[in-house]
Design a protein around this ligand. Structure first.
Ligand SMILES: Cc1cc2nc3c(=O)[nH]c(=O)nc-3n(C[C@H](O)[C@H](O)[C@H](O)COP(=O)(O)O)c2cc1C
Length: 187
């Protein structure tokens, strides 16, 4: 019997047009391995800041984010680094996804990979590591060896030679996510 296709929700930590991380997310979507479908969540800019008061009367877009995360087999965070850590837009999404009750949020047990691009020489590694730490506290499962930190983000996606080097690394991360999902209990 064929292994069923797996789905991955992509959360991008940059909101502007022409974002390097948006481009990286699109590369991941268009170069997904066979048997894997990725789709980017488009509503992060409209999420309110996490607030326990409004959680009691949950905004529809928070519910939509949680449903999208629950429905996905894994989550791929694609993130720049802002002042040495996670951009607020992604941290806010993590906070919403970790609730309403600790231990039963949409991140619980969910395979997660974190990749991204940043201007500095570290390629956003501090933000990526902080994202891994944060989702681990929220009980997600960080996929082993699923790192990709791309420096000099402003130029990284304009150079075909860079892309030729990047694509095998991106495929490696996506394949590790796929293998992790497939090694778990069948849906
Ligand atoms: C508020 C802010 C803080 C930043 N802090 C860092 C940083 O700590 N390290 C770094 O490498 N780049 C930093 N940058 C530069 C980003 O890495 C760069 O803008 C990157 O391309 C963002 O990716 P994007 O095009 O997907 O937004 C910062 C940018 C902004 C807007």
């Amino acid at each position: 019997m064929d292994t069923p296709a797996v789905t991955v929700l992509v959360l991008v930590g940059s909101l502007h047009q022409g974002s390097a991380n948006g481009k990286l997310a699109q590369l991941a979507i268009s170069h997904a391995p066979a048997g894997m479908t990725l789709h980017q969540y488009a509503g992060l800019a409209q999420l309110p800041f996490y607030n326990e008061d409004i959680e009691r009367n949950l905004p529809a877009n928070v519910g939509a984010l949680r449903e999208a995360a629950e429905a996905a087999d894994a989550i791929l965070f694609v993130s720049p680094e802002h002042n040495g850590t996670i951009p607020a837009v992604l941290k806010n999404a993590i906070d919403w996804l970790s609730r309403p009750v600790y231990g039963s949020g949409a991140l619980t047990g969910k395979p997660v990979a974190v990749i991204g691009a940043a201007l500095g020489g570290g390629g956003g590694i501090n933000a990526h590591n902080d994202t891994r730490r944060s989702v681990t506290v929220a009980l997600a499962h960080v996929v082993a060896d699923s790192t990709l930190a791309i420096p000099a983000s402003a130029a990284a996606f304009n150079n075909p030679a860079h892309l030729d080097r990047l694509l095998p690394q991106l495929t490696d991360v996506l394949t590790r996510v796929q293998d992790t999902i497939n090694q778990r209990a069948p849906k």
